[in-house]
Design a protein around this ligand. Structure first.
Ligand SMILES: Nc1ncnc2c1ncn2[C@@H]1O[C@H](COP(=O)(O)OP(=O)(O)OP(=O)(O)O)[C@@H](O)[C@H]1O
Ligand SMILES: [Mg+2]
Length: 334
């Protein structure tokens, strides 16, 4: 089991409130991602759940029981950090066994769990190596293995992949998702990378300055961002946000259109402009387009072999059904 409920949980360091009272429900077996810019309180929130920080006020329940005052070891949760924190002088086997040894499990039970974790994480051939003889991705797998053998009610991850290079990150992302499907254990995962959030989460919690801006599935957030902040944060490349007379035509303070929801033409369209820098990714091309009368350039996403060049005249038309509207406070107008 691994249902976690936060009820009016608040955290202040001295006079500074980092997390104003918030409510959050994490269902058993769910993969929940906390995402938001640096300093928004993601790690603090995770550490409150883990018991590594005390709540200033409010209640944290784990599986329906008040866990607010419990020390970390009594909460039945396992945390995996960005820095793997492995013991360099111990073999992989001993590193993974360590928490079980501390908990006084029998050697037979320890071995059974080590073998199972090693199999799940493709570490069977590496059990006798030391951390120094492993790649970054393998080390992170050992750290996850050490969490798995504790058979926790939930896993808590704090940016576990940010030390890895881009290719390895994508690989590990898939491995963690796969692991979640197999174990069906609750996972709470902190990242500032919205692509990680979108690809891994059942439920995303978008935070800004300690406040939950929106909670929803990746596609809910993509299709119906509640406000300008979420609109700009979720989606890559970012949603284009347009203010001024063009927005007023739609009875909005700001309109938003995603780069993939603009049609490009060289002979007709709503918005006339000039092609700026383009970024060729092979599969896609991102154009930056300066539109006459708009304050900011727009980003447009098209296929990989699109033949337009810097300085070319271009016309763009937004899909009217996919225009997002926001009021002066930045809230979605439905
Ligand atoms: N022990 C502390 N004492 C005082 N302030 C703290 C402490 N720990 C964190 N903070 C502050 O709380 C806020 C949230 O920090 P937190 O580490 O939770 O952010 P984060 O979202 O995890 O950021 P990042 O993406 O950079 O890791 C920051 O403004 C930070 O300076
Ligand atoms: Mg952090």
């Amino acid at each position: 089991m691994g249902r976690i409920q936060l009820k009016q949980v608040k955290k202040a360091f001295g006079d500074v409130t980092v997390i104003p009272p918030l409510d959050l429900e994490i269902e058993d077996g769910e993969f929940v991602v906390f995402v938001g810019p640096s300093g928004c309180g993601k790690s603090t929130l995770l550490r409150l759940i883990a018991g590594l920080e005390d709540t200033t006020s409010g209640i944290i329940e784990i599986d329906g029981k008040d866990a607010t005052g419990l020390p970390p070891a009594k909460r039945g949760l396992a945390m995996v950090f960005q820095s793997y924190a492995l013991y360099p002088h111990m073999s992989v086997r001993k590193n993974i066994a360590f928490p079980m040894k501390m908990a006084g499990l029998s050697p037979e039970e320890q071995n059974r769990r080590i073998e199972a974790a090693a199999k799940a994480l493709n570490l069977t051939d590496y059990l006798d190596r030391r951390p120094g003889q492993l790649s970054g991705g393998q080390r992170q797998r050992v750290a996850i293995g050490r969490a798995i053998v504790r058979e926790p009610a939930a896993f808590l991850f704090d940016e576990p992949l940010s030390n890895l290079d881009a290719a390895l990150r994508v690989g590990m992302r898939l491995e963690i998702s796969e692991l979640h499907k197999r174990l069906a254990t609750t996972m709470v995962y902190v990242t500032h990378d919205q692509v990680e959030a979108m690809t891994m989460a059942d439920k995303i919690v978008v935070l800004q300055a300690g406040v939950i801006e929106q909670v929803g599935s990746p596609l809910e957030l993509y299709h119906s961002p509640r406000n300008r902040f979420v609109a700009g944060f979720i989606g890559s490349p970012k949603m284009n946000l347009i203010e001024g007379p063009e927005a007023a035509k739609h009875n909005a303070h700001t309109i938003g259109i995603r780069p993939e929801h603009l049609t490009v033409s060289t002979d007709s369209g709503d918005w006339h402009g000039t092609v700026g820098v383009s970024e060729h990714l092979g599969s896609d091309t991102f154009f930056h387009v300066k539109i006459d009368g708009f304050a900011e350039p727009l980003t447009v996403r098209v296929g990989g072999d699109f033949d337009l060049h810097y300085g070319d005249a271009i016309q763009l038309t937004p899909d009217p059904a996919l225009i997002h509207k926001f009021d002066a406070k930045g809230l979605r107008i439905t």
